[in-house]
Design a protein around this ligand. Structure first.
Ligand code: IPE
Ligand code: IPE
Ligand code: MG
Length: 241
């Protein structure tokens, strides 16, 4: 689908993506799984550029889950280094385009120190950018985020009975992040896989068979086209918004 086929008044503010299917993409070509991850870089860049053209303000992508540590050490090592190289290689372009790049996830001992340093540097470099926020969910788990939120609420000394939905939101990794109106998962898997559990409560879900390395801006626009056909009710009975 082309951008001009979309309703410009109903472009989602925030689109969350699960970049899945890199391993299968590579396997189908007789390549090592890691080549699939590498091929996903172009998909991400094209998607972000398309999102900028569409005027989307927030993009969040699932880059590495808290469960992905279960993979073979070699693949984990590749993914750590790959995300770091992607960051270093693309941050100037993203910065020029006014993209604020941030990481959501656990910055724990398992993430190599150098990768953490580059994450902090990139966040610092792009922190005042206003065109779009690109959040990389890295060492991210929705349950881990909620556990971290609860611990941080307790540390603040909030009394039992005083916790509200607002309290929880304030303690998420990025309290200013609006809930995604749309979540897109590639590769024909129909799961959430521990992604943005709190934030996806009322998101429209779109699943596509396209494998992530083949995903391009047109696929993003297709997903937005599907989203624009949906009627969002939020538990009410008619679409008033
Ligand atoms: C998604 O692709 C990337 C990460 C999870 C890091 P996969 O590596 O999960 O690819 P498949 O699902 O095995 O094809
Ligand atoms: C979800 O994909 C995580 C990322 C895309 C980073 P997975 O491939 O890890 O999810 P499952 O194992 O199929 O649920
Ligand atoms: Mg997968």
């Amino acid at each position: 689908m082309d951008l001009d086929q979309l309703d410009p008044d109903r472009i989602p503010t925030h689109v969350a993506l699960v970049m899945d299917g890199n391993g299968r993409w590579a396997q189908r070509r007789g390549l090592p799984r890691t080549d699939g991850h590498a091929a996903g870089e172009e998909a991400l860049l094209d998607t972000v550029r398309g999102a900028l053209d569409a005027g989307i303000r927030w993009i969040t992508v699932y880059a590495f889950s808290t469960e992905n540590w279960k993979r073979p050490a070699e693949e984990v090592r590749f993914l750590m280094g790959f995300n770091e190289r992607l960051l270093l290689g693309r941050r100037d372009e993203l910065h020029e385009k006014g993209v604020k790049v941030q990481f959501i996830g656990r910055r724990d001992w398992r993430v190599p120190r150098r990768v953490l340093r580059h994450i902090t540097e990139t966040e610092e470099m792009t922190k005042d950018n206003k065109v779009m926020t690109l959040s990389l969910a890295f060492n991210y788990g929705g349950r881990a985020e909620l556990v971290d939120a609860v611990n941080s609420i307790l540390e603040d000394g909030v009394k039992p009975g005083k916790v509200t939905e607002r309290t929880i939101r304030k303690h998420l990794y990025d309290p200013s992040m609006p809930d995604p109106e749309l979540m897109v998962r590639t590769s024909g898997e129909y799961r959430i896989s521990n992604y943005l559990l709190w934030q996806l409560a009322y998101s429209e879900l779109v699943f596509t068979d396209v494998l992530w390395p083949d995903f391009r801006r047109e696929d993003l626009f297709d997903a937005i086209g599907q989203y624009q056909q949906r009627e969002r009710r939020f538990g009410g009975i008619e679409n008033t918004g």
